[in-house]
Design a protein around this ligand. Sequence first.
Ligand SMILES: [Mn+2]
Length: 320
Amino acid sequence: MKFNQLEELIKKSKKILIMSHINPDGDALGSTSSLFTTIYDNFKKKSDILIIGHLPNCYKFLPSISKAEFKFNDSMVYDLVITLDVASLDRLSNAKILFDKALKTINIDHHKTNNGFGDINVVSPDASSTGEVLLGIYNEQNWEISLDSAVGLYTAILTDTGGFRYENTSENVFKSAAQLVKIGINPNELYKNCYERKSKDFVMFQNYCINKAVFVNNNQVAYSTVYKKDIEKFHGEEDYTEGLVEILRAIDTTDIAFLAKEIDSKTTKISMRSKKSDVAAICAEFGGGGHTFAAGCTIKSNVEVSIKKILKTIEEKSNG
Ligand SMILES: [Mn+2]
C-alpha cells in the first residue's frame, strides 16, 4: 500500500519541505497549510514551507501560512520534499533545485497531465483538488485531522471547485466537505475569507479587463489581455487575474475563454477555460497542460503573436 510507504518516509525523514506551484492558489496554499499541520499533529515534526512567488492576501488567514519561510538558498538539502498541486516540475520555478537535491520526494496532485515525477506519487485525476487527495490519505492512514488542518482542506476544495460549482464537484467532494464541517470548520466564514475580501483596485482591474474582451467564432471564443502596465496602473499583484477567465466563460455563448497575460516582451502566459472543448489538449500543443476544462501554457512570443497562435490551434482542433 503506497500510503504506508508515504507514512514511513515521513516518519524517518528529519528535514521535510512542503512546497507548491509558483503563484499559489487556494488549493496549493490550503493543502500546504493542512499537510504542515497534520504532519506536526501526528508525527511531531515541524516541516518547512516554501511559498514560490506571490502569496495572495486573501489566503493569509490559513494556519501557518503567513509565518511560512519565504526564502531559500541553493545549498539546502532536505531528506524529503513533498510537492502539492504541482502538475510539472517547471511549476516550481527556480526552487526546483530543492526538489532535485532532495533525498526522497513525494508528489501529491490531481492534474491529469502530472507524469509522476516523484519517488512516491499520489496523483488522482478524478479528485477535485489536491486537498481532496490529502483528505483521502489522512482517512486511509487514520491520521488525526485537527480544526486547523480541516480549514486548509476545506479552502482547497472550496476554491478548486469554484465554490462547489465546477464539473469536478463530485459526491466525494460533498462527503469530504461534510467531514470537514463535522470537524468544526465554518463554511460561511471560509467563503467570506476566500471570496469577499477583494480590494477596490482588484475589482476595478477585473472590470477593466472584461471591458476590453474580444469575441470571435460567433462569440464561442472569448479572450482578454493583461499587460504589465495594466497591472501597474491598478497597483495590482500577481493574483489580480484570478477568476477573470471564468467571468468570460460564464457568458452563455462562450465555449472557450482565455486570458493572455504579458510576462515580458517575448513571453505570454495563457490561462484557458471551457465548457465543452478539451483545453488541456490545446495547451499541450504549447508544452502546457492541466485539466480538460481548465488549463494553461506559456508561449515564447509577445501577447499579440501568442493570441494568433492560440486562435489558430483552437481552429485546427475544432476542425480535426
Ligand atoms: Mn488544484
